[in-house]
Design a protein around this ligand. Structure first.
Ligand code: GDP
Length: 323
């Protein structure tokens, strides 16, 4: 058991904005123990009347693009406006990115100690679907604890973006200017998910290049299929070092939220987020239930043997396990 508090004790503490208890509750959500899972879902259910009052922002970009520096500047700017900011960092591919999110202790120095900020790395093991499901629940806990801007940060290595975009209201892509072809290194599919693009490090010798890149991306986005909500993704430049262009990003997100609220897409997207979480959880629980089947490993080994010998097809083998 991650701790001995009841769901009711957690609920009261989280609603009273007790950050230590919020942290413990997230640990409980991430736990794979059956009793923790049961208490976690009781807790989430009891908090449902208190969630939803935030803007959920997904932020992605390749390692080195300046995500943590941007989030530090952005988060501090939001706090200065009176907001409370939670940052949930997902690193599903720490072997690929060398743990760039979790490894670097100097990330977000000011934000990480600010009483109006909460920074939490998400579990880096397990299936990505499981992580995003738990991140969805973590978002709900943070909302109940009074955080009104939730940032979900992910390393842009091509795996996690789709899923993260499905648990957020606004999906922001950070990009670098220059480096030859302006559009190199960015997968078209990710670009299509973006509600906004920000060219980072637009300072010193890089400012002109950043503006050129902004025009280039704006043109590229122009040729993308229009979003169903009618929102036209915007491209901004910023320098986190010089604190320039940071509030403009917030203005863009506000415009987006207003646009989506007016035409009903904001609410619709939230419902979609819940449905997505439901499917993720269902998949995870089905897998867990199946993996607890007695003698499963032996059966898998025997079926592998039969497949190798050409006695049965993989399809039939799966059928045998499920039956
Ligand atoms: P992440 O891996 O995407 O989180 O990127 P970081 O925030 O760690 O930044 C990567 C590198 O870019 C670091 O050396 C930063 O100091 C640098 N960097 C970040 N933001 C800026 C900026 O606004 N201007 C400049 N010139 N460098 C920056």
């Amino acid at each position: 058991m991650a701790n001995s508090y009841s769901a009711e004790q957690f609920k009261e503490a989280i609603l009273a904005k007790d950050i230590a208890m919020l942290s413990r509750a997230i640990t409980m959500i991430e736990s794979t123990r059956a009793d923790d899972k049961k208490r976690a879902s009781e807790l989430i259910d009891s908090l449902l009347p208190y969630v939803g009052n935030s803007i959920r922002i997904g932020i992605t970009g390749v390692p080195g693009v300046g995500k943590s520096t941007f989030i530090e500047a952005f988060g501090m700017a939001l706090i200065a406006m009176g907001k409370k900011v939670a940052v949930l960092a997902i690193d599903p591919s720490s072997s690929i990115s060398h743990g760039s999110i979790l490894g670097d202790k100097t990330r977000m120095e000011q934000l990480s100690v600010h009483p109006h900020a909460f920074i939490r790395p998400s579990a880096s093991s397990g299936s990505l679907g499981g992580i995003t499901y738990k991140t969805h629940e973590t978002i709900l806990l943070c909302e109940a604890a009074g955080f009104d801007v939730i940032i979900v940060e992910t390393v842009g290595v091509g795996q996690s973006e789709t899923e993260v975009s499905q648990i957020c209201d606004f999906f922001l892509l950070l990009m670098l200017a220059g480096a030859g072809d302006e559009l190199q290194g960015i997968k078209r599919g990710i670009m299509e998910l973006a509600d906004g693009v920000v060219i980072t490090k637009a300072d010193s010798g890089n400012a002109e290049k950043a503006k050129a890149a902004r025009n280039e991306y704006a043109r590229a986005l122009h040729f993308m299929p229009p979003t169903t909500s009618g929102w036209i993704p915007q491209v901004k430049v910023c320098s986190a070092y010089q604190n320039e262009g940071i509030t403009e990003v917030w203005e863009m997100i506000n415009q987006f939220a207003q646009h989506q609220s007016t035409n009903g897409f904001f609410y619709e997207n939230r419902q979609q987020q819940n449905i997505f979480a439901f499917h993720r959880l269902l998949q995870e629980q089905l897998r867990d239930t199946l993996l607890r089947k007695p003698g499963l490993n032996e059966q898998i080994k025997s079926l592998e043997q039969q497949i190798t010998e050409g006695n049965i097809s993989p399809y039939t083998a799966v059928g045998l396990i499920l039956n």
